[in-house]
Design a protein around this ligand. Structure first.
Ligand code: FMN
Ligand code: ATP
Length: 318
């Protein structure tokens, strides 16, 4: 794993010079990856460190907690995806009152210059920074000329005619539109969690499922999905199973509450416990959750869901 520095105080004094991109990088989508690959290319050429600079909490969570979005990638997941882009280090800036108050000039001089030794920066045209997002890439280019770093501004990345952005992907995920979310992410939307014990109703009366423990990030619209489950990220290669997942309130069972439950289609025993990392990829939404009159009626529907998921995988795998 690459080094991850949490807060400027944890940086070594000889950290720079570095080529970097700054942003929330929520989702580490196609736009982010394009920028980060340019960061890596410039850093290799200039023999410097390639760095992703991100924020925790998400600025919106700090500034407008009531309206803040659920995240596509909580921090650990984001760090893993960032590290797969080829960068050498992640710097997490702690987004607090003091950081929010920095003017654009203070942010550039103190954070980018003094603390990080930035010699090259890559951003998209919509990048904004400084107190109340006062400055954009034009001001950043001026600072670069004054303080001696190179700024490269990248045109917006599009896919299927749509501009890629974290907020657009959040809307798609919230609406259960996994196909478009996948276009923009360049991978299926996934959540990373662990297993939790369930009530046992599923295994006895319906189908066996793996239940997910509490998850802090954004989840797709409630419903039933074709999914893929990776068990044990740290084990290489992780085991990957075809699955069907129910996500929501299980209206058939009054008071059952929220749950994410996955039934593996091509099950084989695998060693796991409540600490084993699980990654659940959402491929396509099958239907809304429904309230059934009986457990038997729910089971008939679950069998249909399983058959549809099996057909999906038969078509998807040549
Ligand atoms: C493929 C699949 C589809 C499901 N669809 C529904 C549904 O439409 N309505 C519902 O109330 N529960 C649905 N469930 C959830 C079951 O109610 C759930 O498995 C049951 O509550 C067992 O809970 P337990 O695992 O806590 O024992 C579905 C589960 C699966 C695996
Ligand atoms: N589609 C894109 N093409 C090129 N650059 C992008 C794209 N989307 C974001 N960036 C750039 O990536 C960096 C990090 O972006 P950040 O994660 O903060 O924003 P975002 O993805 O646009 O999210 P949001 O939709 O929440 O504003 C910034 O420089 C931003 O301009």
């Amino acid at each position: 794993m690459i080094p991850v520095y949490r807060g400027l105080r944890s940086l070594p004094p000889d950290f720079g010079p570095a080529v970097a991109a700054i942003g929330n990088f929520d989702g580490v989508h196609l736009g982010h990856r394009e920028i980060l690959s340019a960061v890596v290319a410039e850093a290799r050429q200039r023999e410097m460190k390639a760095v992703a600079i991100t924020f925790d909490p998400h600025p919106e969570q700090f500034l407008r907690p009531d309206h803040a979005p659920g995240l596509l990638t909580p921090m650990d997941h984001r760090i893993r995806l960032l590290s797969e882009t080829g960068i050498d280090a992640v710097v997490i800036l702690l987004f607090d009152e003091a950081l929010a108050r920095l003017t654009a000039r203070q942010f550039v001089e103190w954070v980018l210059g003094d603390a990080l030794g930035i010699a090259g920066l890559h951003e998209g045209g919509n990048f904004r920074f400084g107190n109340k997002a006062e400055a954009g890439v034009l001001e950043l280019a001026d600072f670069g000329r004054e303080l001696g770093f190179r700024l490269t501004v990248h045109p917006a990345v599009h896919t299927h005619g749509l501009e890629v952005s974290s907020s657009a992907i959040r809307e798609m995920v919230s609406a259960g539109d996994m196909r478009r979310a996948r276009w923009m992410l360049g991978r299926p939307f996934s959540i990373v969690s662990t297993q939790k014990r369930d009530r046992g109703v599923g295994s006895q009366l319906l189908v066996p499922t793996i239940n997910f423990a509490a998850y802090e990030g954004l989840v797709p619209a409630y419903g039933i999905y074709v999914t893929q489950l990776r068990i044990g990220q740290n084990r290489r290669p992780a085991r990957c199973f075809q699955a069907v997942t129910s996500l929501g309130m299980r209206p058939t069972f009054e008071g059952a509450g929220f749950s994410i439950e996955t039934h593996i289609l091509n099950f084989e025993p695998v060693e796991m416990d409540e600490t084993t990392p699980l990654e659940l990829e959402f491929l396509v939404r099958l239907r809304d959750e429904e309230k059934f009159d009986s457990t038997e009626a729910l089971k008939v529907q679950i069998m249909k869901d399983i058959a549809r998921a099996q057909r999906y995988f038969r078509r998807a795998t040549p």
